[in-house]
Design a protein around this ligand. Structure first.
Ligand code: UD1
Ligand code: CA
Length: 467
């Protein structure tokens, strides 16, 4: 087997995206667009992978900072796909084998398709092999022009095509296998005599033909995985295809999606069997959900870890936090980063947690703000409890030990420790630590003025008629 060198073009100006950011860092399925093609390449055993970057190069590098084993080359200025590939010449100089060229904006591509392309290329002993497919609506793609014998004659871009050529439905995928040896010498012969004044890589076909080099095609039955992303409309279309594929895989693995059409689950999310996901749910990033859970309508989980047998009721937002086995959250709860909802704990409606641990079996059922708090086991947080964690300058911690009962509408002014097994009376403003097993009452004493209201009404006489 000859060595496989992958080159991915990602330097383009992304004009049609109308974006300040390069196209290949736009998000698709919770990942930067370019990550999809890289994952496909990961499954091949390539001798090298080279990425041609240029427009927004820093953004692209930042999006890929977790990855190793990539060689970057910079194309500047960006003068077209042919010019982009030429930038890889120094990296591949002195090597031999096959170049697999990919465009970074074709994310649905599958690795076994690439393997098939390389195999076909070798079997035909071709100098180049182009991956193609037929599309009902080929608008925007380069068209495959064949000669009278059916041989590939050239590729013509949409903008440069005649009326007849536009009617051709076979499209260029932008994916090619090249024998390394004649490639770079030939690319030196590309010209810019086209509608965009760019060095089109696709012109290599006609040039190879003129030089008597063998160019083959491999035509796929379906063009679905060759969909390129040029505009935000394409991005939405491909996201829909990807979502359908992802949701189907999840359902077949034992997850119930009540309405797959409105369920948005990112590529890296994992979900255990017999979990039921309601309509309009978004599961993002590295979210992991256990078995037998229920996530009700309209909730969003981003980088969340959820144990088995958890219930997340309607319209919750959970970000970078953990919900342990058997807990119940929602409806309308907001769990902000670095929070932990302990095993069997309950977080109810309009409760916000921020950087807070709620221990096993504890309950915060209604209308509370718990920030920078460490709350033990079997604690009851009454309705309307607020941890006053911010003094305008710094954040301060609140510690609530096991078995504490916080009465409704209390303010806990941090830093403060509420000792094990103690009670805080409803409506208290707690400014100092409460010892274990104590009762803290910190509110104005009530005075009842007897008959006061009756006397008032006497003074006022009978109610006046409205005029
Ligand atoms: C290209 C092909 C077209 C094919 C289609 C498939 C050419 C001339 N046309 O058109 O035949 O049907 O892809 O999706 O190749 N890029 C660079 N540097 C540049 C220009 C582009 O690195 O100077 C990169 C882009 O970032 C992108 C890829 O090359 O990842 C393709 O460029 P794009 O402008 O999207 O080409 P298309 O018009 O889609
Ligand atoms: Ca494209």
């Amino acid at each position: 087997m000859s060595a496989l060198h992958v080159v991915i073009l990602a330097a383009g100006k992304s004009t049609r995206m109308k974006s300040a950011r390069p196209k290949v860092v736009h998000e698709l399925g919770g990942l930067p667009l370019i990550e999809h093609v890289l994952r496909t390449v990961d499954r091949l055993s390539a001798a090298s992978t080279t990425l041609v970057i240029g427009h927004g190069a820093d953004d692209v590098r930042a999006a890929l900072k977790g990855r190793s084993g990539l060689q970057f080359v910079v194309q500047s200025p960006q003068l077209g796909t042919g010019h982009a590939l030429r930038q890889a010449e120094p990296v591949l100089a002195g090597r031999s084998g096959t170049v697999l060229l990919l465009y970074a904006d074709v994310p649905l591509l599958e690795s076994n398709t690439l393997t098939r392309l390389v195999e076909a290329h070798h079997a035909a002993q071709a100098a180049a092999t182009v991956l193609t497919a037929s599309l009902d609506d080929p608008y925007g793609y380069g068209r495959i022009v064949r000669d009278a014998t059916g041989q590939l004659a050239r590729i013509v871009e949409e903008r440069d095509a005649s009326g007849d050529e536009r009617a051709i439905r076979e499209i260029n995928s932008g994916i090619y296998a090249f024998a390394l040896e004649p490639l770079f010498a030939a690319l030196g012969g590309l010209a810019t005599d086209n509608a965009q004044g760019e060095y089109y890589l696709t012109d290599f076909v006609a040039m190879y033909r003129r030089r008597g080099l063998r160019v083959e095609t491999l035509m796929l039955d379906s063009a679905d995985e060759l969909r390129g992303i040029n505009t935000r409309v394409d991005l939405a279309d491909v996201a829909r295809l990807m979502r359908t594929r992802r949701n189907r895989t999840l359902m077949l693995s034992g997850v119930t999606l009540e309405d797959p059409d409105t369920t948005f689950i990112d590529e890296d999310v994992t979900i255990g069997a017999d979990t039921i996901i309601g309509p309009g749910v978004e599961l993002q990033g590295r979210t992991a959900i256990g078995e037998r859970c229920r996530v009700r309508a309209g909730s969003r989980l981003t980088h969340a870890t959820v144990g088995d047998d958890v219930t997340i009721l309607d319209r919750c937002v959970i970000v970078e936090s953990t919900v342990a086995r058997g807990a119940v959250v929602g409806p309308y709860s907001h769990i902000r980063p670095q929070s932990v909802v302990g095993e069997g704990a309950h977080v109810g409606n309009f409760v916000e947690l921020k950087k807070t641990t709620l221990g096993p079996g504890s309950k915060a059922n209604h209308l509370a703000y718990l920030g920078d708090a460490t709350i033990g086991a079997k604690v009851n947080i009454g309705a309307g409890t607020i941890t006053c964690n911010y003094d305008g300058v710094s954040k301060h911690p609140t510690i609530i030990e096991d078995g504490v009962f916080i009465g409704s509408d209390s303010q806990l002014i941090a830093p403060v420790v509420i000792g094990k097994g103690s009670y805080v009376a409803a409506g208290s403003s707690i400014v100092k630590d409460v010892p274990a097993d104590a009762l803290a009452i910190a509110r104005g004493r009530q005075e009842n003025k007897l008959e006061w209201a009756a006397r008032l009404r006497e003074q006022q006489g009978p109610p006046k008629k409205r005029t």
